[in-house]
Design a binder for this molecule. Structure first.
Ligand SMILES: Cc1cc2nc3c(=O)[nH]c(=O)nc-3n(C[C@H](O)[C@H](O)[C@H](O)COP(=O)(O)OP(=O)(O)OC[C@H]3O[C@@H](n4cnc5c(N)ncnc54)[C@H](O)[C@@H]3O)c2cc1C
Length: 591
């Protein structure tokens, strides 16, 4: 069983040495958020994650949640950890100070989100969803509604959920049937059944605020007829018409209750405008999608730590270049190049994608805080482009990295007691919820790329080139040239798809995932180049941490030589297009 260790040095490297977090924050008028403050957040949240949460992770997975007479009982220790989390002030980090939050910019709290996901992802979902719900209420709710509910949510005294899914309406929310009837007092009576609602019921708090998508009686069909309602489990201490009918038994995140929720004439209040529900919910979903990307990253980090620990400890066979220690019966498996291939794949993907995620959150700060509206709007567009990439790439990668961790462990990885198979089981859901990864790819290509003729992709490419500066060390120029080639190829692929979609609308779905992956791998190459530049500069300056920076260069090399070439397969998929995907009969697929 492995416990999580917060990768503090890694966080410092990304936040301070590569992204210059403090300098950027000063430019955004947030000079109150100093490097010392960020480091103390990392340190304290690191201790909480390591000492309180990490030991609960495996035990929570084994125990799961219990459903007893309509009540949900979370795993042992989960409630106490939640109460400590709130008492220590972590619940309202990102929320507005007007409602008791700390108003921290994203770059200062993203690192906390990652650590919590690494330490106990199932537990983290409760507070993560609550933060998203509070954010949506803050952005779209009336002053009256905010005054009544927000401070309690921000403090963590009440948690929040998002209730979208129904049995017949998953990806296709236009089909949802939950009704909201207007009442004489201006509130609504909400009736319907929602399924798969994470943390829909629990005993952490005495109230749960459900954000529910529903239709008004006169609503038009389709997504334009969907409204967003705030439906509390209790109103002034009395039970509202909300109940949990059952919890699901599932592949992973056993400690996160996935609830069937019944709403029976439950009192609720409209958030935003009638028919504007989906737009308001998207505020929360964008927040949540980046959060799910962080879940993938958190799992990748934890899986990497497990692989490293095992590969240096497990003795099997002799190294091809000769024995390391003749007194021992065998060498540690890390001496086998094939095992190093697996561990290095984990490292290069995890660390490269971390920079991509953190860069996106830094852009989010610019979108929120910059004094120039044009700069804010530009940053917002880039974030919108990056959200589906971060969500999809980091979660698909978590399947690969956690699978590799199991593989590095051999049979021990498949056995429950090492705890590694849990990471793999937990990772799968991240590819499914908050919009499946296939839907993320359609969103990227259809809405974010083609709708403005690829202009945002070109704008991002310009940012990427500018960020590298004109002083790249000569040793890195071949990688820079390779990156240029792949960026050019992405531009060509954009044009190819743009031309074809007009002829055949199926082109979009046929190539979207390959397109997203191509773009994602190119972005991560750019991230590695940025990190490599810092590493080369530090080594040239005679750093006393040569080992750390040399490892960065080794991982960057591995990425450019062995992972970036995956773009060739993605490009081939995009070029092949819909012609390679005819509709066959059921018998033709499987005789
Ligand atoms: C553990 C867990 C927790 C969850 N938590 C929540 C929660 O808190 N709140 C909530 O509201 N929901 C929650 N969900 C629901 C989750 O968001 C949905 O499962 C997800 O959106 C997919 O919907 P679906 O399951 O109906 O799959 P479907 O929509 O039936 O999709 C099946 C497959 O078809 C593909 N597909 C469907 N439509 C299209 C299309 N138009 N184009 C291309 N491909 C398509 C999908 O990508 C997928 O691969 C949770 C689910 C689980 C399992």
């Amino acid at each position: 069983m492995y416990e999580y260790r917060a990768p503090r040095r890694e966080f410092e490297f990304i936040l301070h040495e590569v992204l210059g977090a403090e300098r950027v924050l000063v430019g955004l008028g947030r000079d109150d958020v100093s490097r010392e403050l960020i480091d103390s957040i990392i340190d304290e949240a690191g201790k909480f994650s390591e000492q309180v949460l990490s030991p609960l992770n495996w035990q929570g997975d084994q125990q799961g949640v219990r459903y007893v007479d309509g009540e949900v009982v979370p795993a042992d220790g989960f409630k106490a950890a939640y109460q400590q989390f709130c008492a220590d002030g972590w619940a309202g980090m990102s929320a507005s100070p007007e409602y008791g939050g700390q108003g921290l910019p994203a770059i200062a709290h993203i690192v906390v989100g990652e650590m919590l996901c690494s330490a106990a992802m199932a537990w983290r979902m409760a507070s993560g969803l609550s933060e998203g719900a509070a954010y949506a209420l803050d952005r779209h709710g009336s002053e009256e509604l905010k005054g009544r509910f927000l401070a309690k949510m921000v403090a963590g005294h009440w948690t929040g959920t998002m209730c979208l899914t129904e049995p017949q309406a998953g990806t296709d929310l236009a089909m949802l049937r939950t009704r909201a009837e207007p009442a004489a007092d201006g509130s609504f009576r909400v009736s319907g059944t929602k399924i798969y609602i994470s943390w829909g019921e629990h005993d952490f708090t005495d109230n749960i605020i459900h954000l529910v998508l529903a239709r008004l009686p006169d609503a038009p069909v389709g997504t334009k007829g969907i409204s967003l309602l705030l439906v509390p489990r209790r109103i002034d201490g009395a039970q509202n018409g909300v109940s949990c009918a059952s919890v699901e038994h599932k592949m992973g995140i056993h400690a996160s209750p996935t609830c069937v929720m019944n709403f029976e004439s439950a009192q609720g209040w409209m958030i935003g405008q009638p028919g504007g529900g989906l737009a308001a919910m998207f505020t929360m979903m964008n927040h949540a999608r980046l959060g799910v990307g962080l879940q993938g990253l958190g799992l990748s980090e934890r899986a990497l730590q497990a692989s490293v620990a095992y590969a240096f400890e497990r003795l099997q066979g002799r190294a091809a270049r000769g024995p390391l220690d003749r007194d021992k019966p065998a060498d540690p498996i890390i001496r086998h190049a094939e095992v190093r291939r697996m561990v290095m794949t984990q490292k290069a993907l995890t660390e490269g994608q971390r920079l991509l995620a953190y860069y996106t959150y830094q852009l989010e700060d610019t979108a929120q805080l910059h004094s120039d509206p044009a700069v804010r709007a530009h940053a917002e567009q880039l974030v919108a482009l990056l959200v589906p990439i971060v969500k999809s790439l980091l979660t698909d990668t978590a399947m690969e990295t956690t699978g590799l961790a199991v593989q590095v462990h051999g049979g021990a990885g498949f056995i429950r007691d090492t705890g590694v198979e849990q990471y793999l089981r937990d990772a799968k859901i991240t590819c499914i919820y908050e919009g499946t990864n296939g839907i993320q790819a359609l969103d990227l290509l259809g809405r974010k790329v083609l709708m403005n003729g690829g202009a945002t992709v070109r704008a991002l490419a310009a940012e990427m080139v500018a960020s590298l500066g004109t002083d790249l060390p000569p040793a890195l120029l071949p990688w820079a040239a390779e990156l240029q080639t792949r960026m050019k190829e992405l531009g060509e692929l954009t044009a190819v798809v743009g031309g074809r979609v007009a002829q055949d609308p199926d082109e979009l779905g046929a190539v979207a995932v390959d397109y997203l992956n191509h773009a994602g791998y190119v972005l991560v190459a750019w991230c590695w180049l940025r990190m490599a530049k810092v590493a080369v500069q530090q080594l040239a300056a005679g750093t006393h941490e040569a080992g750390f920076y040399e490892a960065k260069l080794a991982a960057a090399r591995f990425y450019f030589e062995r992972l970036l070439p995956r773009t060739q397969a993605f490009a081939a998929g995009v070029r092949a297009g819909a012609g390679s995907l005819p509709v066959l009969t059921a018998e033709q697929y499987s005789l």
